[in-house]
Ligand binder design. Structure first.
Ligand code: CO8
Length: 259
């Protein structure tokens, strides 16, 4: 839809579902796909009727990494001057609205890094995560040494980054890389239903909560606690706080207007 070549965007009520769709290369993240994804995320961010985003791939591959055929001829100067590939890849991690990665099949290299840039990963039983860059004579370049180490700790991160070993969904859940593992046939439904639930809550509260969790990875505990407290106080200024607490006391469902 929307004239994209390598992805599809569909609406499910307040949720935008972005599906990577480059089947001939297992959704390898070529430059054109990356540009389209950035554009699609800009569009969901700008659309007030969207409360949350789900990013997914195919049953066989979420994404098998950066496009190796495109990378092979590039020199140091090429990638350095273009700031390959950070500039475009930061988009998923800078989205203010919640974004859930629904991962089935391979999430490798830049594909695993893209999934980790989302707020949480819901994995199909078929999911396989890995940082195989080392097998190509390079190393991860979009968070595979940083977000992965924060998510799973040093030993597991070193294991994956230095050996290139793939882990399955069960191991990924055990080590805290993914939030949930679900049957492969229901991974998109599960992610859409989680996103729909999130989109139904007070948007300012959701964005403040996301921003606060993200602070935990950027700052000291004392500063993080202070940031959280300020956001918590700010939430008391919203109409949605009055509505949410009032609805509880009236024993009815709240109707948030995202103000
Ligand atoms: N790039 C380009 N083409 C790819 C890629 C890729 N990453 N992955 C698969 N393809 C292509 C294959 O070449 C093949 O094409 P063709 O049919 O024309 O031969 C097609 O997709 C199907 O793949 P396979 O035949 O290999 O399928 P299998 O089921 O046998 O194997 C695997 C599946 C195990 C996933 C295998 O394809 C594989 O190992 N792929 C490469 C995985 C990899 O090394 N990824 C890391 C790439 S490096 C990286 O991501 C650096 C990131 C830097 C940061 C930037 C963020 C984007």
């Amino acid at each position: 839809s929307d004239g994209y070549e390598h992805l599809r965007v569909e609406r499910h009520g307040p949720v935008a579902l972005i599906t990577l769709d480059r089947p001939k290369a297992l959704n390898a993240l070529c430059d054109a796909l990356t540009v389209e994804l950035t554009h699609a995320l800009d569009a969901t961010e700008a659309d007030d009727s969207i409360g949350a985003v789900v990013l997914t791939g195919s049953a066989k591959a979420f994404a098998a990494g950066a496009d190796i055929a495109e990378m092979q001829p590039k020199s140091f100067t090429d990638v350095y001057l273009a700031d390959f590939i950070t500039s475009s890849w930061e988009r998923a991690s800078t989205t203010r609205k919640p974004i859930i990665a629904a991962v089935a099949g391979y999430a490798l290299g830049g594909g695993a890094e893209l999934a980790m840039s989302c707020d949480m990963i819901i994995a199909a039983e078929s999911a396989k995560f890995g940082q195989p860059e080392i097998t190509l004579g390079i190393l991860p370049g979009a968070g595979g040494t940083q977000r992965l180490a924060r998510a799973v700790g040093k030993s597991k991160a070193m294991d994956m980054v230095l050996t290139g070993r793939m882990i399955d969904a069960e191991e990924a859940e055990r080590i805290g890389l993914v939030a949930r593992v679900v049957p492969s046939s229901s991974v998109i439904d599960e992610a859409i239903s989680a996103a729909t639930k999130i989109a139904g809550f007070s948007r300012p509260a959701v964005l403040m909560a996301k921003e606060s969790v993200d602070r935990a990875f950027e700052t000291t505990l004392a500063e993080g606690m202070r940031f959280e407290r300020r956001m918590f106080h700010a939430a008391f200024a919203t109409e949605d706080k009055t509505e949410g607490m009032g609805a509880f006391l009236d024993k009815r469902k709240p109707s948030f207007n995202h103000r």
